[in-house]
Design a protein around this ligand. Structure first.
Ligand SMILES: CCOCCOc1ccc(-c2cn(C[C@@H]3NC[C@@H](O)[C@H]3O)nn2)cc1
Length: 447
């Protein structure tokens, strides 16, 4: 057995997102989002599930904050539903929406928990989508306007901000692969949207600085790792293309001021013509105070000509998998963090999402989710390796506090350390909740 010790001052937390937990989609003046539309489009979400009720956290936020308080977290990462603030994306501000988030933030502060606010976690106002969504550069301006209002409204209360959650999912998963809202399948569109997202991020950081808002700001790309099947250059290059699609494509512009040439060349070969306006790259390259990193899984892969977008194929290694089918690959977590350190230096990093899907149900009031505890142990050990290797990790935020609406998987896949009965909305602390609580209290665990 080994003691895995974390640095003094390490921040611990849990994460959620507005559309996934709030419910109350027609209450408090909220406008329609693209996920309301997408989830009610037949065939898009397992079992036809939607976020109408979800965990009902709009009404039960005090119960959720009690769970956070008992857990002993330092930070709670939540997201704001843009359609609660600007029901039509721009124009009239909805005071009821602001009031809900003041209630939540005030309760967190009362309990000594730092609110970390994600401004955009995928619930774009439908009114903006109707005008082209993220493909329309006017949405960039609308986002900066929304962010400015939030900065001014919550200045002094919220001191940790994230502009975007998982821009790869917002752009490529949602507009090329088509698995998420709004469900387009167009590489040119998706790639142009990825650029607009980065411009929106940069202009928002610039606004944050110009307003002189107290606190720190970053963004939260999602990552993955493909380990080459062999040391053949073609296998290494193929894996680096997939890794680069998540990491370098979104981080090079922010930290280096340019897109990675190898990815630009590849997209050009696929017919993409990226439109970059004068000043865009300078806008994107604003200094961020920290980098959020989301990591779930990785694979072994090798080159395969004309296979998918990036010419690679998975090699099945029969790794254990979580209930959503993702391989348990903690080495990939270490490798992602080392790649980021090598590429971008000592930018402070918060793990803003890491967690696992296990669909264990309560038995006599207990949820024995040993798989989730094992996943946490493996990935926190990988994290401790990265810290020992010099990666500047400031905090770890697990996904998620609650079982919730897992996008296209609906409620069929559970990521929470707290079980939610979607009929009664009763919360039940899982065994992983108690394990995480002890780890937070100790700032170490025994492997
Ligand atoms: C090749 C075909 O692929 C089709 C599906 O492809 C993906 C990829 C990635 C995901 C995914 C889901 N999550 C967890 C969420 N992160 C944010 C938070 O809201 C969590 O709910 N991370 N990544 C889903 C589907």
């Amino acid at each position: 057995m080994a003691i895995i010790q974390f640095p003094e001052g390490m921040k611990w937390g849990t994460a959620t997102a507005s559309y996934q937990i709030e419910g109350a989609v027609n209450e408090g003046g909220r406008g329609t989002s693209i996920w309301d539309t997408f989830s009610k489009t037949p065939g898009k979400v397992v079992n036809g599930d939607n976020g109408d009720i979800a965990c009902d956290s709009y009404h039960r936020y005090e119960e959720d904050v009690e769970l956070l308080t008992d857990l002993g977290v330092d930070v709670y990462r939540f997201s704001v539903a843009w359609p609660r603030i600007f029901p039509n994306g721009t124009g009239e501000v909805n005071q009821e929406g602001l009031e809900y988030y003041h209630r939540l933030v005030d309760k967190l502060i009362e309990k000594g928990i730092e609110p970390m606010c994600t401004l955009y976690h995928w619930d774009l106002p439908q009114a903006l989508e109707d005008k082209g969504g993220w493909n329309n550069r006017e949405t960039i301006d609308a986002f900066v306007q929304y962010a400015e209002l939030m900065f001014n409204e919550f200045s002094g209360k919220i001191k940790s901000w994230l502009t975007l959650n998982e821009p790869w999912c917002i752009s490529f998963l949602s507009n090329y692969i088509g698995a998420h809202a709004p469900g387009n399948k167009d590489l040119q569109l998706a790639t142009q949207i990825s650029h607009h997202l980065l411009v929106a991020h940069g202009l928002t950081v610039k606004k944050f600085r110009n307003l002189g808002i107290e606190g720190k700001i970053g963004f939260a790309p999602n990552t993955t790792w493909l380990e080459p099947y062999s040391n053949r250059q073609e296998d290494i290059d193929a894996c680096n293309r997939e890794i680069g699609w998540y990491i370098e494509w979104f981080m090079d512009p922010v930290f280096k001021g340019n897109y990675p040439e190898f990815m630009l060349d590849w997209f050009k070969k696929k017919g993409v013509q990226l439109e970059i306006k004068d000043g865009d790259m300078e806008a994107i390259q604003q200094r961020v105070d920290f980098l959020g990193i989301n990591y779930y899984t990785g694979h072994i892969a090798r080159y395969k000509e004309n296979s998918g977008l990036l010419d690679w194929e998975l090699v099945e290694m029969n790794y254990d998998r979580t209930d959503i089918g993702w391989p348990i690959f903690p080495e990939g977590f270490y490798n992602v963090l080392m790649r980021i350190k090598e590429s971008y230096g000592d930018i402070p990093i918060y793990i803003t999402e890491n967690g696992s899907c296990y669909n264990d149900e309560p038995e006599n009031g207990q949820v024995k989710d040993n798989g989730r505890i094992s996943y946490l142990q493996q990935h926190l050990t990988a994290l401790s390796r990265a810290i020992a290797s010099g990666v500047n990790v400031k905090g770890y935020i697990t996904w998620s506090l609650l079982d919730n609406f897992e996008w296209a998987e609906g409620y069929s896949m559970r990521f929470g350390i707290v079980h939610v009965n979607y009929r009664t909305l009763e919360r039940t602390k899982k065994d992983s909740y108690y394990w995480f609580k002890q780890t937070i209290a100790n700032n170490w665990f025994e492997n």
